[in-house]
Design a protein around this ligand. Sequence first.
Ligand code: SF4
Length: 456
Amino acid sequence: MTSTMLELLQKYSVPGPRYTSYPTAPYFHTGFGEADWAEALATPAPDRGLSLYAHIPFCDSLCYYCGCNMVATRDYSKTQPYLVALEQEMARAAQLVDPKRVARQLHWGGGTPTYLNPDDIRRLMAMMRKYFTLADDAEVSCEVDPRELTYEHLAALRETGFNRLSFGVQDMDPDVQQAVNRIQSEFLIQQVLDWSRELGFSSINLDLIVGLPKQTVESFKRTLDRVAVWAPDRLAVFAYAHVPWMKKHQNLIQEADLPDSATRLALQEAVNESLGAAGYVNIGLDHFARPEDELVRAQQNKTLWRNFQGYTTHKNCDILAFGASSISQTADVYMQNEKSLKRYQDRVAATGFPVERGLKLTRDDQIQREAITRVMCDLELDFAAFGSEWGVSFTDYFADALTDLRPLAEDGLVRIEAGKISVTQTGRLFLRNIGMCFDRYLKQSASDKPRYSRTA
Ligand code: SF4
């Protein structure tokens, strides 16, 4: 570890967005309502496929680091009115969406989708297929919590058409697991992986988290060694976002147990080293995949895109997201559903549209989003190609961004050459900071700024 790297980390560790949307979610507003969303759904978009999402907010217990919209409960009966609401919401949307549009992607997240029992897994998938057409070769994926999971859950997922799974592993060290209230043994993970492979799921992703309490480089290397043996197709290695002012339960984590900047950097370096040695390619901010994976190919072809589910190969899809707190996205609209379970269910019962807030993008928003996305996905941006696609002179339009990038170039995070910006190897750790240079909303007065997690 070089001291220069550590200095950079300390210098650039500032609150900033992860850019899973732009404008970012704090700028969605309640002036965007049901009529706006109905209009967006009914807007013809024959060239755009659909990406369906269902949010299952229930979990058996609370992981202290959790940043998701979830409800910890042992009362399974809560799922029943929720499933009814999901069906009503889908039925209402399907009345407006062109039935010829096909879903290329379907994803269940949460919460814990496998909180649903196998019969309800079948029921929810049958609903989605009733209202929407799923392409034969669609990517159909589900987030899975290995705890409380049975073979029958996985068999129900496979039987209903799921072909991809994503398991939350996070960290296998017992002290870390204790500190975050998520206990799961190696045997358990091994067993669910064996079941998944036996059932023929074609792609398995494991999630890890860097920056958890009690994490040490030595202990995390043991987790990484285990992961190399488990040999998933993809990995997402997220940086823990400690935002107790937004997620009150994160106060259950002792701040003194969180790794300091030097340890976080060493953890990140251990991840890059270990996953690199195991043959994975680093994709942008937080994803790793095998060289033959379509995410890697998409990055090489410059067709990679970033949305609320992270990096994706499905740029030209509108996301129709169902369930409490879920965020839908069309070419020029973001819409977030009611976050509270009760309000979500009440609004669906009343109108079928549980819109809490949203945003219609201006053309400027779209241009800035494209610049941020290209930098975060392609790790480079060609001024002439960008300018001709959007009908602007890149250097004029982004003169302020180029000025803001200059100190980052001096620190070796980006190269600004004739007609092109490229992210350096060092700069990969600071993609959020680079994206922030193109973010016009961040440049408004400090008093209006939302609070984000730290970038590094
Ligand atoms: S299982 Fe996932 S969604 Fe549920 S509390 Fe844990 S991290 Fe949060």
